[in-house]
Design a protein around this ligand. Structure first.
Ligand SMILES: C[S@@+](CC[C@H](N)C(=O)[O-])C[C@H]1O[C@@H](n2cnc3c(N)ncnc32)[C@H](O)[C@@H]1O
Length: 258
């Protein structure tokens, strides 16, 4: 019965997370959604909009920074069943994102860049799409269903232990350590019109991503030790290094042995 409840909760959290992520793409690209980074909620003064938007970005950063950290996860798993820890993270992220979509106040002036040339616009939308494809593909490369909490709740139903995170370096991870975040950055910045509000949105989330990477790598070093250190020395963070990627046997063996 408990396993079934976890599955219902996990599947609902997954649906919520996917919905929030899909809306995020429309929100950040001003595409197909009624309320987006530059559209809706007009009429506020710039000072008011700045105060609200900075608060929303900080709330997102705080929720992510706290809930994604090892110490918090260990504590939280003593309060909720370990199998639903990741699903709870997904629910909290979706709530914070929904607040952002709902309360965000556009600041449409000044415009920092506006590309009008049709080839340029097509190229920029191509990069935007590439960014989101990278996010999706990377999630499957490391383990989409674990990342979004489904694998854990299914393990609980089958009365198996919650699967440990495996260290992986497949495909894109041989070229950069954070292809998913690289895709997010591309999705945030590859836009033909950059208003002040959108700049705040892109810059705020980019700063969070860079801080998040530092914390995430601390946790990965803690979990995988010298194997992650060796990987970090060999592979670039967000941009591939010029010399050809050289992921050594030491790093590969990690995938087999952990
Ligand atoms: C949102 S994902 C982003 C993964 C990675 N930072 C990226 O940008 O592609 C965050 C989760 O991926 C895990 N992770 C990061 N690198 C990993 C790797 N090489 N193998 C397995 N898990 C990894 C982290 O521990 C964290 O739980």
């Amino acid at each position: 019965m408990r396993g079934l409840l976890s599955i219902v909760y996990g599947v609902a959290a997954y649906g919520l997370g996917m919905g929030a992520l899909t809306y995020f793409i429309g929100f950040s690209g001003n595409l197909l959604v009624p309320k987006s980074v530059d559209v809706g909620g007009a009429g506020a003064s710039v000072t008011h909009a700045l105060a609200v938007n900075v608060f929303l970005l900080a709330l997102f950063g705080l929720q992510h920074s706290v809930m994604a950290r090892r110490g918090f996860k260990d504590w939280w798993k003593r309060i909720v069943p370990p199998a639903v820890e990741r699903s709870t993270f997904m629910v909290a992220t979706s709530v914070v994102l929904a607040l952002m979509f709902w309360l965000w106040l556009p600041i449409t002036q000044p415009v920092f860049w506006r590309v009008e040339n049709s080839a340029g616009v097509a190229l920029i939308w191509g990069l935007f799409a590439l960014g989101w494809v990278l996010v999706l593909v990377s999630s499957f490369l490391i383990d989409h269903f674990e990342l979004f909490g489904l694998r854990q709740v299914f393990a609980r139903m089958k009365e198996r232990p919650v699967p440990e995170t495996q260290f992986r370096t497949p495909l894109l991870y041989r070229f950069v350590r954070h292809p998913l975040y690289a895709g997010l950055l591309l999705g945030l910045w590859a836009v033909p019109v950059m208003t002040a509000g959108r700049l705040l949105f892109a810059a705020g989330l980019s700063i969070y991503i860079l801080i998040g990477i530092a914390y995430e790598e601390q946790d990965l070093v803690h979990a995988f030790g010298d194997r992650y250190r060796a990987y970090r020395e060999q592979v670039g963070m967000l941009i591939p290094r010029l010399r050809s990627p050289r992921v050594t046997a030491e790093v590969h063996s990690a995938e087999e042995t952990i």
